[in-house]
Design a protein around this ligand. Structure first.
Ligand SMILES: C[S@@+](CC[C@H](N)C(=O)[O-])C[C@H]1O[C@@H](n2cnc3c(N)ncnc32)[C@H](O)[C@@H]1O
Length: 410
């Protein structure tokens, strides 16, 4: 079994008191208990009790995730699972917010001095309006969401998110919460060995967890992280500097950025798309196509489409839509993303889904391989169950390539 990583310290993380740490660790352990003890009970409950009852009442077997849900919501065990999951989610933010709130004045000053010492740009345009799909709900129950600003130079959302994501992922996204970025970088270097991006854009970067690995893999590239949340962008800029990196960050909408046509060789996002909307996604794909230079790559790492999994797994994952303030979570998994990418101008032969193996799983498998072959296989075969994952220990990636020829003809 993969050991859970402790979060790595850096100068922008709030110092938690003993009591705050206990609450945070309790929230994380409660999530672990739900995953390991409560979640496995749902399938037997469904097959042995709920499905037969559904058949008696409806005269047919449950066919899809909606049927499964109709039966399961009336079941006491499912209600216990769903309500405990919601409580754990609220608790992890509350526990993170306690130390963030106490440390906010000190860390605002720290962020200002780190940002002032950075050689990279921090762009926060006056009067920026975030889209309603981000500002109208506290997505995944994070109090205030990504955009709320209550004080000058506010970074509170960044402080809460950095710690909260570690608790949410129970450490399995690595010590710097950067497994998605690291896994996509590994994927690119293995599958596109000669691809050397000169400029890289990370859309919906939040606090830059996934952005930083690109700087490590491509130190000479000009890198930009953009997000619609002002507080998270300020935090990202300072956090990157605290980790020793000069990375440009801007408050900007991925639907309509201010960069020139063809400015980037690589445009990526990590778990951003499912927090947008059905109207925004086509615009974002078109914007990616506009921003890419000939030969460039668009890579979105996000939720696997529903049609890649069985109805029961669909039902389990769709609980995020119903109980975790993720309004677009299920709808996004039903979209034909390959068609959207083609409509945006990427040729059909140049668009595909693939799986980027999780860097932390590879790390654990390699470590275990040092012991015995059996223990290595055990780690490599373990399904990952912490959060937004593709079945089998990888992140689902949508990849589109902008051909060189098309641009030359145009
Ligand atoms: C789950 S977070 C992404 C996490 C981050 N990419 C990472 O890997 O750690 C989703 C982010 O997407 C941002 N977002 C949503 N819609 C956006 C848009 N149209 N343009 C830019 N950012 C957007 C949200 O503000 C939020 O910070």
């Amino acid at each position: 079994m993969l050991n859970c990583f402790q979060q790595a310290q850096h100068d922008m993380l709030p110092d938690a008191t003993h009591d705050e740490t206990s609450r945070q660790e309790f929230a994380k352990s409660l999530k672990g208990f739900i995953q390991n003890a409560l979640l496995p009970g749902l399938e037997p409950i469904f097959t042995k009790r709920v499905a037969p009852k559904f058949k008696r009442e409806q005269g047919r077997d449950p066919m899809d995730r909606n049927d499964i849900r109709k039966g399961m919501v009336k079941n006491d065990y499912f209600q216990l699972y769903a309500s405990t999951t919601r409580i754990a989610q609220e608790l992890l933010w509350e526990a993170s917010a306690m130390s963030a709130e106490r440390e906010l004045p000190r860390l605002i000053e720290k962020a200002k001095s780190l940002s002032a010492s950075s050689e990279a740009d921090l762009v926060l345009p006056d009067g920026f309006e975030p889209p309603k799909y981000v500002s109208a709900v506290d997505i995944h129950c994070m109090p205030g969401g990504y955009c709320t600003e209550l004080t000058e130079d506010d970074i509170a959302a960044g402080l809460i998110y950095d710690r909260g994501v570690y608790l949410y992922a129970m450490g399995y996204a690595g010590p710097y919460n950067d497994d998605m970025g690291r896994s996509v970088c590994n994927y690119i270097t293995r599958n596109y060995a000669n691809f050397k991006p000169r400029r890289i854009l990370d859309m919906g970067c939040t606090v830059g967890h996934s952005t930083v690995p690109y700087k490590e893999y491509y130190p000479d590239a000009e890198i930009w992280g953009i997000d619609v949340g002002g507080p998270v962008i300020r935090y990202a800029h300072a956090r990157a500097k605290a980790l020793g990196h000069n990375i440009n960050f801007a408050q900007m909408n991925a639907e309509e950025t201010t960069f020139d046509d063809g400015y980037f060789d690589l445009v990526v996002s990590h778990i951003m798309l499912h927090e947008t909307s059905g109207k925004a996604m086509p615009k974002i794909f078109k914007e990616c196509e506009r921003l890419l230079a000939p030969g460039g790559l668009m890579i979105h790492a996000d939720l696997p489409p529903f049609d890649l999994m069985d109805p029961f797994t669909q039902f389990i994952l769709d609980n995020e839509t119903w109980y975790n303030n993720e309004p677009f979570w299920g709808a996004m998994r039903e979209l034909d993303q390959l068609a959207l990418a083609q409509d945006a101008g990427f040729p059909s032969g140049d668009v595909k889904f693939d799986t980027a193996p999780m860097a932390v799983m590879e790390f654990a498998a390699a470590a275990a391989a040092g012991y015995t072959e059996d223990s290595a296989n055990e780690v490599a075969d373990r399904d990952f169950t912490a959060g937004e994952f593709a079945p089998g220990g990888g992140w689902e990636v949508l990849i589109a390539h902008k051909p060189v020829a098309k641009q030359e003809v145009a």
